[in-house]
Write a protein that binds this ligand. Structure first.
Ligand code: NAD
Length: 251
């Protein structure tokens, strides 16, 4: 297994895309550190399944990110995946939601990266992968904080790629369109309210309308690409932003 003797930290990995990535990395022998919230029994079950540890730090704070990195120990693969969404018109967008989304979806990736890089440099090998979004490349109304944070994340990754290029450390974004996870399910009621639509209309006229393939992306599709980016064959892939968006951003 090609990730034997590598430690991987995946933020936001108790659910959805992060969990699929954690499973894929563990499946190739990585020692996985999970992060994220959820029922204690569910988290214990995941730790057992993956032979993983869990650090439940809240990544909306700098202190939380620092605690996570301290408890995780040196990591060879860092997957910045934790994220949240809020849907509202700009004039009604709660400032505290803006702050939380920028903190989690953007600033936490800065904090985990700055704390992970010294070990990666010393080891002469590292992989930083960020789950960005089609919204790192294009916008949608009513998602001002999310779109701003994800565009920022794309810039963060390009900067990391340039700074770390000579250290055998790559940094890349994976940018999916809609993946059927709790994050998407939970934004349906607010989107119904913001756009005056029924649930069916939100599914077909907002979510899948943007994806020419008319199919939700699967968490496992994202995990396969993350796994590939950890391979030696991907050593020259850095600073990239890979879409898995059914053609959305090709329009
Ligand atoms: P999800 O809601 O299923 O999972 C989110 C994870 O983040 C969970 O493990 C949750 O516990 C954790 N989390 C939430 N708040 C946290 C906090 N304050 N500190 C630490 N962990 C926290 O969501 P998902 O759809 O799997 O999303 C994962 C990533 O993928 C996010 O960055 C999201 O923006 C991105 N993304 C999702 C989609 C999609 O359609 N689902 C599309 C593009 C990008």
């Amino acid at each position: 297994m090609f990730l034997n003797n590598k430690r991987a930290l995946v933020t936001g990995s108790t659910s959805g895309i992060g969990l699929a990535i954690a499973r894929a990395l563990a499946g190739e022998g990585a020692e996985v550190v999970l992060n994220g919230f959820g029922e204690q029994s569910m988290i214990e079950g995941l730790c057992e399944e993956l032979g993983a540890r869990h650090v439940g730090a809240d990544l909306t704070t700098t202190a939380g990110a620092e605690r996570l990195m301290g408890e995780a120990g040196p990591v060879d693969i860092l997957v910045n995946n934790a994220g949240m969404q809020h849907v509202a018109p700009v004039e009604a967008f709660p400032p505290e939601k803006w702050d939380a989304i920028i903190a989690l979806n953007l600033s936490s990736a800065f904090h985990t990266s700055r704390l992970a890089v010294p070990h990666m440099k010393a080891a002469g090998w590292g992989r930083i992968i960020c789950t960005a979004s089609a919204h790192s490349l294009t916008a949608s109304p009513f998602k001002i904080a999310y779109v701003s944070a994800k565009h920022g994340l794309a810039g963060l990754v390009k900067t990391l790629a340039l700074e770390l290029a000579e250290h055998n450390i790559t940094a890349n974004c994976i940018s999916p369109a809609y993946v059927w996870t709790p994050l998407v399910e939970q934004q349906i009621p607010d989107t119904m309210a913001a756009r005056g639509m029924t649930r069916e209309q939100v599914m077909n006229e907002v979510l899948l309308a943007r994806q020419p393939t008319r199919k939700f992306v699967q968490p496992e599709d994202v995990a396969e690409l993350a796994l590939f980016l950890c391979r030696d064959a991907a050593q020259n892939i850095t600073g990239a932003n890979y879409t898995i968006d059914g053609g959305w951003t090709a329009e």
